[in-house]
Design a protein around this ligand. Structure first.
Ligand code: SF4
Length: 268
């Protein structure tokens, strides 16, 4: 395995990372994009007022979840005061609140709220990843930055391949990055590439006609821009995740019992 200090640095070394743990170590050590390194650290120094007493992660964010996942959820990039603060994908902001609540309803998460790396969240059967691992200014990574970071997503998909059955792309950037990575790994991605849309689905087979299938599903991103306007509702995201669960043979977990009603004591 090439060291992270070798030619090309961590993204190049990622191509041969033997395990997800070793891939994660390469991710968090990466400083390959000067603009994003400067931005993630600036956000971590300046902080949002509500988090001024916290130490921001301010580094690249590795994937989070089941290392034998059947479903991978591909987002965009860490959020400035969410994952760039907490160090865990989708954790600590409104996008994550929306996503983790849905993952819990659909049986992929043991709890519905996600506040930090030590909050007890466990994902079962699903892993959360991003095509760009550092927070970009205005949520807009440049094409060069996307290209430089691509080996991390590609290797993560390769390492998950033995168990992976469904990939859910949140938004067009995740969709395009995912299809590009899969095309490079021997999946027969149609040309021209299918366009992203909420509810879009593609069934992929290996180019060489070998066994194995992978389904790619599209969902609008869980950003507040989409969820606060009703463009993406909880029911819409549940439908996508339920479809992913069904494709992997999972039963939807029954809803947890409602809390018992509060019994008012009569005044003494
Ligand atoms: S965006 Fe990716 S390639 Fe660029 S510094 Fe962050 S982890 Fe490294």
């Amino acid at each position: 395995m090439e060291t992270s200090d070798g030619p090309g640095g961590p993204p190049a070394a990622a191509r041969t990372a033997p395990t997800l743990d070793e891939l994660d170590e390469l991710v968090v050590s990466c400083r390959a994009c000067p603009r994003l390194v400067a931005w993630r650290e600036q956000v971590g120094r300046e902080k949002r007022a509500a988090f001024r007493d916290q130490t921001y992660w301010a580094r690249p964010v590795p994937g989070f979840g089941d290392t034998r996942a059947a479903v991978v959820v591909v987002g965009l990039a860490p959020a400035a005061h969410g994952a760039n603060r907490t160090g865990r994908m989708f954790t600590g902001d409104r996008s994550g609140d929306f996503l983790f609540a849905a993952l819990h309803r659909c049986g992929f998460a043991n709890q519905s709220t996600s506040t930090g790396r030590d909050d007890g969240m466990v994902l079962d059967g699903v892993r959360l990843v991003a095509p760009v691992r550092c927070v970009p200014p205005d949520n807009r990574p440049t094409p060069d930055e996307r290209r430089r970071c691509a080996p991390f997503l590609a290797r993560e998909l390769e390492l998950l391949a033995p168990t992976l059955q469904v990939a859910v792309a949140l938004g067009a950037l995740g969709w395009n990055a995912l299809l590009a990575a899969l095309a490079g790994q021997g999946w027969a991605v149609p040309r021209p590439r299918p366009r992203f849309g909420h509810g879009a689905a593609i069934d992929l087979a290996p180019v060489d006609g070998g066994p194995g299938r992978l389904t790619v599903l599209g969902s609008y991103h869980v950003s507040p821009h989409n969820t606060s306007t009703g463009r993406l509702t909880p029911a819409m995201l549940d439908a996508v995740l339920d479809r992913a669960a069904a494709l992997t043979g999972r039963e939807r977990r029954p809803a947890p019992p409602a809390a018992p009603p509060t019994v008012r004591q009569p005044p003494r």
